[in-house]
Design a protein. Structure first.
Length: 55
């Protein structure tokens, strides 16, 4: 299963997309991007809920 985080899906005017078969890697990458570029720090648990809802 490929995990995908797309900034535009969360209301940002941003072209960032992360894709990975590794859930932890995708969460870590999106979390870092969100914090660095948008100043929003999502917890790993919240991002895991995003993954589970998309399932």
């Amino acid at each position: 299963m490929v995990i995908r985080f797309v900034c535009k899906d969360y209301g940002f005017d941003c072209d960032f997309i992360t894709k990975s078969e590794d859930v932890k890697g995708a969460i870590d990458e999106y979390s870092q991007h969100s914090n660095d570029e948008h100043g929003i720090e999502y917890s790993k648990e919240v991002l895991m809920q995003f993954v589970l809802r998309k399932g």
